[in-house]
Design a protein around this ligand. Structure first.
Ligand code: ATP
Length: 372
């Protein structure tokens, strides 16, 4: 089911302070109903606190929380139509899979428990294990029981707090696809907290990248990847080369940047620097996989109109799919270049090369920020 234009969750001016520490700065966020939304960020950035405020487990210091059109700011967790799935899923050890999933429905006196539980067990592909006890299941299967237990209640919003964190990498990747599939099937709004950028990119329709208690950028995965607005986002989602440069001149749709003796072209539409007038410091961003490399002797064969920088290969590591190079430029910067292994050979450390790329792939950031 596709996400609607209605809001599933709305946060208005929501903040949280603990003593004199602000864990979440005033936050305005609208999560479309039926969408898969990810809160992504490093440990301590405030994503769990945000999730807990939606769940009602934490009272916001300021602001309002709405589920659909209902203001739930003052409501306790059990009065909100939300369910949370945690990393530690705490199944009842003495109950089998079926009874674990049906527990909440029975307690509420719901009729047709059997039908509903069977349906949801089919959805998570555990119908055949309905009579197993939790200790007879793998970690991934237990996590699916926890998910089924939450989904069977048909909450308006399902909150997921690093639910795959305890699984090994392979299972985690598999569960990511399954979770996405389940969300699409049931059409419930999912709000998923993770520090794993690949996980967020695989599953979410929209990602909020959090840093220091603030949403630094909000957007669809591809949009964040292609058009990061800050150095933090550029490096939290994948890897970016950020080249310190100065605006030399601006003409219509393009900026010309000076990097040492070299010049780079940057599309004005991809520039997020506050001031991009001549003399302004900017960071020219380029993803490692967008850069091509030729030997210095072949520089004349680089097509016209490409951005070009000279360099010396410092390191080359073969990863199977690609070779990852570290190239030092004469302008005091080391650049990462990922070259697909479609041709044999390659460049050894010490090789003098020219890096080149399509200027359209360059993005521009404000030059006055930390690039660590
Ligand atoms: P993680 O991925 O490690 O769970 P997170 O991004 O989810 O991190 P939060 O758990 O939201 O981060 O915590 C944000 C900040 O608020 C942290 O610095 C944390 O130490 C602090 N914090 C969270 N809960 C409390 C509390 N009850 N009292 C004091 N400080 C808290």
């Amino acid at each position: 089911m596709a996400a609607s234009t209605k809001a599933g969750v709305t946060l208005t001016g929501v903040s949280k302070t603990f003593g004199d520490f602000t864990a979440v700065h005033p936050l305005d966020l609208t999560i479309p109903q039926g969408s898969f939304f990810a809160l992504l960020g490093a440990s301590g950035c405030g994503k769990t606190t945000t999730l807990r405020m939606i769940a009602g487990l934490e009272r916001p210091t300021t602001g309002r929380v709405l589920l659909g059109e209902q203001d739930v700011t003052a409501l306790p967790p059990h009065k909100r139509h939300v369910n949370t799935v945690f990393q530690s899923y705490a199944l009842f050890p003495h109950l089998d899979v079926f009874d674990n999933v049906g527990f909440g429905l029975r307690r509420r006196g719901v009729r047709s428990v059997k039908k509903q539980v069977e349906e949801v067990l089919e959805l998570v592909e555990l119908g055949h294990l309905a009579r197993r006890k939790p200790n007879q299941l793998s970690g991934g299967q237990q996590q699916r029981v926890a998910l089924a237990r939450a989904v069977v209640n048909r909450p308006e919003v399902l909150l997921l707090d690093e639910p795959l964190g305890a699984l090994d990498l392979k299972l985690r990747r598999q569960m990511q696809l399954e979770l996405k599939h389940i969300q699409t099937e049931v059409g419930i709004t999912f709000v998923h907290v993770t520090h794993d950028q690949e996980e967020a990119m695989t599953m979410a329709d929209t990602i909020a990248v959090m840093n220091g208690g603030r949403v630094e950028q909000l957007g669809a995965p591809a949009e964040l990847y292609e058009n990061p607005k800050t150095a933090f986002v550029a490096n939290f989602l994948g890897q970016s080369n950020l080249i310190a440069a100065e605006v030399a001149w601006r003409s219509g749709e393009e900026l010309l940047l000076q990097v040492g003796d070299a010049k780079l072209t940057l599309p004005a539409s991809r520039t997020h620097a506050a001031a991009a007038n001549p003399g302004a410091k900017v960071l020219a961003g380029i993803r490692p996989e967008k850069i091509a490399m030729v030997g210095r002797a072949d520089a004349a064969r680089v097509p016209q109109g490409r951005n070009m920088l000279p360099g010396t290969v410092v390191d080359a590591s073969f990863t199977g799919v690609s070779t990852q190079y570290v190239v030092s430029s004469p302008y005091g910067q080391e650049l990462a270049v990922f070259a697909q292994n479609v041709e044999r050979g390659g460049f050894a450390p010490g090789a003098e090369v020219v890096l080149h790329w399509d200027p359209q792939h360059t993005f521009g950031l404000d030059g006055r920020q930390d690039i660590d």
